[in-house]
Write a protein that binds this ligand. Structure first.
Ligand code: BMA
Length: 381
């Protein structure tokens, strides 16, 4: 079964190889491997199977950090996630480590390793605020006058435009540094400016206008292109605020030329006052993925559940009875659960040995619907 599916995905990807000059973002060449990756993600979605992804999986986990060749997911089910997520927050500052203390050299190493194993890496970017020098998060709530000016300040004509170009150039240097020993550029899925439909990041809904948000996205993609970055697919990932309304979902969409994948960040409730948390989460996932699948068809894109999870996973069969059920047959290419912090006891979204839901995670792993690293053929050929 595993071999058959791997072959199907691999073959479908081969059949749809796009010429390298069909780069929708840049208009100039995006590497052939990057185009092949996009074809493979589409083939994966059409195969009825989806890849499992975990943030920071190979660099730390529940109760450990910085070991080599270790993973909470592998310790539980014997295989690695097919997709690894990493965060690039603080690359803009020229720091050696990201905002969670992960060295960028390690992220580069793991990205190349995952590519050589045939799997995928996706990057989020919780970058600092260039106007306040604060974090990505809006720290002053409604009294956030500076945060409200941040996006306009980095756009052309704004006081922080030059500074921000420098930040983008550091990001570009990192993307360009993702090369194998043979000099092959490693394609990755970049997911900038995420959860913009909420108002907790400086690029969020109430912090900038739709025009400013779109301009921010285009500035980012165009600058990276100018700096020779040709190994990125782009993911757009709003939160759930649109309630299934396609027009709202697309309100700040930067355009088909700037996006490859339509995503969704949607978490299971942990608030004690929410009593129908599973039902609400499942309905939300079902409604939103249904809407996104239609949009993906119209816009020729692929969809994914770009962030999800239930912090602390206090339900024994959450993986199969809640997550997997709500995804159902929606044609996503992957589902990502957030990180297992090594320094915060209850901040984890993936399994670890002995965790309440770990047996159920093994069932999720064994399901014919899910794909882990050993299940996939090389996504780039
Ligand atoms: C958040 C939390 C934070 C972390 C940030 C970036 O959701 O996990 O602890 O710093 O993501 O990874």
């Amino acid at each position: 079964m595993i071999i058959t599916l791997a072959a199907t995905v691999g073959l479908a990807a081969c059949g749809q190889k796009a010429p390298a000059d069909l780069n929708p973002v840049s208009g100039s060449a995006r590497t052939l491997q990057t185009e092949n990756l996009l074809a493979s993600l589409k083939a994966m979605a059409n195969s009825g199977r989806y890849m499992y992804a975990h943030q920071d999986d190979p660099v730390y986990g529940h109760g450990w950090a910085w070991d080599d060749d270790r993973s909470d997911v592998k310790s539980v089910c014997g295989d690695l996630p097919a997709v690894m997520g990493f965060d690039l927050g603080h690359i803009e500052l020229g720091d050696e480590k990201n905002l969670d203390g992960v060295p960028f050299d390690r992220i580069r190493k793991e990205t190349i390793k995952q590519y050589e194993a045939g799997g995928l890496v996706t990057f989020s970017w919780h970058l600092d605020n260039p106007l306040t020098n604060g974090t990505a998060w809006v720290e002053n709530g409604e009294k956030a006058p500076l945060e409200r000016q941040t996006v306009s300040s980095v756009l052309k004509g704004g006081d922080n435009h030059e500074l921000f170009l420098g930040w983008l150039d550091r990001l570009a240097d990192f993307m360009n540094s993702l090369t194998t020993a043979d000099g092959e550029k490693v394609p990755v899925l970049f997911r900038p400016w995420h959860e913009h439909t909420g108002s907790w990041f400086w690029w969020g809904q109430d912090l900038c206008t739709a025009e400013e948000y779109v301009a921010l996205w285009k500035l980012t993609a165009n600058r990276l292109k100018e700096k020779g970055v040709d190994n990125l697919l782009y993911a757009y990932s709003p939160g759930t605020e649109n309630n299934g309304d396609a027009a709202k979902y697309m309100e700040r969409y930067p355009g088909d030329d700037y996006v490859d994948l339509l995503g969704l960040d949607c978490y299971c409730w942990t608030e004690p006052e929410v009593t129908d948390r599973y039902e609400r989460f499942m309905n939300q996932i079902d409604t939103q993925l249904g809407m996104m699948a239609k949009l993906a068809e119209q816009h020729q894109k692929v969809i994914a559940l770009t962030e999800t999870g239930y912090e602390g996973i206090p339900l024994e069969d959450w993986w199969t009875s809640v997550l997997q059920k709500s995804i159902g047959d929606h044609p996503i290419c992957y589902v990502l659960t957030w990180r297992n912090a090594h320094d915060k006891d209850t901040h984890y979204f993936g399994p670890w040995p002995g965790q309440l839901s770990s047996d159920d995670f093994v069932k999720f792993y064994q399901s014919p619907k899910t794909a882990f690293l050993k299940d996939i053929s090389h996504l780039y050929q």
